[in-house]
Design a protein around this ligand. Structure first.
Ligand code: GMT
Length: 375
């Protein structure tokens, strides 16, 4: 049994989901889990006797222009490392979380091991502000072990940071108890979706990198050939632009803006195809969520997406911005029920064989055991 601290951004986002689900599964396996986060992780929705939550409290002392989150976190980490006698501190993101963990390790009396998981966001930060390069490199190199969510992210990190640090690939996973296909035709009816209509779904935080316009443009071609509806799930900075484009293309009665939703697996269960046209994506957890619910995907050939979608088997890959090709593939798939069924079964099997939670959680446990052996 290990005592493991976990730090992530607790908001709705792939990295927070992975960190929280990992903690829940490790607790089920008998490990003691201590979440050290600024608020309760949103997926931490059940009580478990081996899961603890330590809130990082931000001080609003008037001399500080901004509340010092990083220092408050490091101080909380150091306190939890000593009081709870942590063996491992698993942090998600090199910046700031690995850097905070290193500071906490220096402050604490215990020889805790630091495992850092990269989700891609550090690289995005670097793309915007190169002054953080040395800080991210430090966070990575001073960690006892580093993992990344795709081969593509390992390469990108090494190219941009210039480090020789070993980075192990551990893919994303889903909680299969929640993500599986359910018989929910009634929900579709409640949304006004007719039985014969095909349902295309896009789920994201509506940031610019997600290229929502490309999703809507792809759907605009699809709807000419296939009677269909587009579900847009999520919210974010590009939301109002997406609404405007929908109005411009006169798609209001075919595109449903659902906003942020909790029961994503229910919405996937009424969907036939998932579309992700991102320009950056280190893995694309939503693709795996779709696969687990027997939904094939069309995605761009960028970042880690080609490591998730098997072209012409579980879905299709297209070049960034190629909405014509994306719609051609979608029409091919949605117009042939036998092919669609085949792809949905391939997607489900691929998720089970390569990304099953039991495989992935064991890979993290191996990493923990290896760093503890070096003690
Ligand atoms: O996609 C986002 O904007 C959220 C972001 C995050 O930090 O939570 O997701 C990143 O981590 C996920 C979990 O590993 C990956 O599945 C996403 O692909 C990755 N997002 C990007 O690389 C843009």
């Amino acid at each position: 049994m290990m005592k493991i601290g976990i730090t992530c951004y607790p908001t709705v986002g792939g990295s927070g989901i992975i960190a929280t689900e990992l903690g829940k599964m490790l607790a089920e396996l008998g490990h003691e889990i201590h979440f050290i986060t600024s608020s309760l992780p949103f997926r931490l929705n059940q009580v478990h006797p081996s899961i603890y939550y330590h809130e990082v409290e931000l001080s609003h002392y008037p001399v500080f222009q901004y509340p010092p989150y990083d220092l408050a976190l490091a101080s909380k980490m150091a306190e939890v490392i000593d009081r709870e006698e942590l063996d491992i501190l698993h942090v998600h993101y090199a910046m700031p979380h690995a850097v905070c963990a290193i500071l906490a390790r220096d402050i604490a009396k215990r020889d805790v091991k630091i495992v850092t998981t990269l989700h891609g966001t550090d690289i995005t930060v670097l793309g915007i502000d190169n002054t953080f390069k040395k800080m991210i490199k430090y966070g990575i190199e001073q960690s006892d072990a580093v993992t990344a969510v795709s081969k593509s992210l390992v390469k990108q990190t090494k190219d941009m940071i210039g480090t020789n640090k070993e980075i192990s690939v551990i893919y994303n996973f889903v909680n299969e108890q929640e993500y599986h296909k359910k018989d929910l035709q009634l929900i579709g009816e409640k949304y006004g979706i007719k039985k014969h209509e095909k349902v295309i779904i896009h789920i994201s935080n509506f940031r610019k990198v997600k290229r929502i316009d490309d999703v809507i443009q792809t759907f605009n071609h699809i709807k000419d050939k296939v009677d269909s509806k587009l579900l847009l799930v999520g919210d974010g900075p590009e939301y109002s632009n997406a609404v405007k484009l929908t109005e411009k293309l006169e798609l209001e009665d075919r595109v449903l803006f659902l906003g942020k939703q909790k029961n994503i697996s229910d919405l996937l269960s009424i969907s036939d195809l998932k579309i992700l046209m991102s320009e950056k994506e280190s893995f694309g957890l939503v693709l795996l969520e779709a696969m687990a619910c027997e939904v094939p995907s069309i995605g761009t050939n960028v970042g880690g997406i080609p490591e998730v979608i098997k072209h012409d088997e579980t879905g299709f890959l297209v070049d960034l911005g190629d909405v014509e090709k994306a719609s051609q593939y979608a029409i091919q798939l949605l117009s042939d029920d036998t092919l669609l069924h085949q792809f949905s079964q391939n997607a489900f099997k691929h998720a089970k064989n390569y990304f099953h939670s039991s495989i992935i959680v064991n890979q993290y446990i191996d990493i923990y055991n290896n760093v503890l052996l070096d003690k």
